[in-house]
Design a protein around this ligand. Structure first.
Ligand code: NCD
Length: 322
């Protein structure tokens, strides 16, 4: 059976910890690192990077990770490829496998399609974001960054983490709630009502910023996923709150995140003294977060980007059985 990484939901806490332990080897002085003994670990392997949605950090760090380990990479996006002629993502994957590709990193906007691809394509698939589904390597790198900053080896027991902003449209929020809960943290989510999930998550819900961040040891800020507002998932449901949400998006456009945004005054008056700030990027400065806070010593944002390389090195090695 081919091993895939489709999400955090299906992993046991021990499996999560195994990835984190493996990734930890690839950090030195809070920066990503590839020991010389690993520089040929994936020599002869070819990794395909299939990105049918925009990406900067995820795509670049997978490519850097693969190359650090000696692998070849091939990038396929939606522009100038046969996807534009109507070829399916499954057919694209199978043709790449026929060419000798050993592993596929896949970002695309259909939640369910990922599972079909994992089932039918005979090489490991790493989910690099499936619409509003999951983004497991982002969650792993966020957990790794936080554990490192807190000086903890493997558990977040006793730690309060708040995720605020656009929760319902965010695959990062979904994967983070799974991973932080599996590592023992207490998780709170909060954001404008129209950006809260309909289904119940393994997290407390806060209805205003002050309540959300007051006890937090770490706050993850998320941008409004404008590209997903009013999407099928928003429209699929028939409850009152859904029609309110659709009306809201139609009448007001983007939800107001102002009441949830974090600036120096908020940090000073509403947050714990040593609480950390995380953000998966891209940050829309001035909306969810001020630049001043983003550049302050409590911000782990650029460390997250660097740790992404370490996590992706660990994931590629694990799934290729090295
Ligand atoms: C996130 C994503 O694509 O889901 N970004 C990322 O991978 N670093 C979050 C986002 O786009 O806001």
């Amino acid at each position: 059976m081919v091993e895939n990484l489709s999400g955090i939901k299906g992993l046991t806490p021990d499996e999560v910890k195994r990835y984190l332990k493996s990734a930890k080897r690839f950090i030195k002085d809070q920066k990503p690192y590839c020991p010389p003994s690993f520089s040929d670990a994936l020599r002869g392997k070819t990794i395909a990077l299939l990105f049918f949605e925009p990406s900067t950090r995820t795509r670049a760090s997978f490519e850097i990770a693969a190359k650090n380990l000696g692998a070849n990479t091939v990038f396929v996006g939606s522009e100038n490829t046969s996807i534009q002629k109507g070829e399916s993502i499954y057919d694209t994957c199978m043709n790449l496998v026929a060419m000798g590709v050993d592993l596929i990193v896949l970002r695309q906007n259909n939640e369910a399609l990922l599972h079909e691809i994992c089932f039918r394509v005979p090489v490991p698939i790493v989910n690099a974001g499936n619409g509003m589904g999951e983004h497991p390597t982002q969650a792993l790198l966020d957990a790794l960054t936080l554990l490192d900053a807190l000086g903890r080896p493997q558990t977040l027991r006793g730690i309060n983490i708040s995720i605020i902003g656009d929760i319902s449209h965010s695959r990062v929020a979904r994967s983070e709630v799974y991973i932080f809960a599996k590592l023992g943290a207490t998780v709170t989510i909060g954001g404008p009502t129209e950006c809260l999930p309909f289904e119940s998550w393994q997290a407390h819900v806060a209805m205003n910023r002050r309540d959300a961040i007051r006890d937090a040891d770490a706050v993850v800020c998320l941008r409004v996923q404008k590209e997903r507002l009013g999407s099928e998932k928003d429209q699929d449901r028939s409850s009152d709150s859904v029609s309110n949400r659709i009306t809201h998006f139609r009448d007001h456009g983007s939800p107001a995140v102002g009441a949830w945004s974090i600036n120096a005054r908020v940090v000073e008056t509403e947050m714990k003294k040593n609480a950390f700030i995380l953000h998966p990027g891209p940050v829309i400065w001035g909306e969810e977060l001020s630049e001043e806070v983003g550049q302050s010593s409590r911000s782990l944002i650029l460390r997250q980007a660097g740790f992404g390389v370490a996590v992706r090195q660990a994931v590629l090695l694990e799934l290729l059985g090295v």
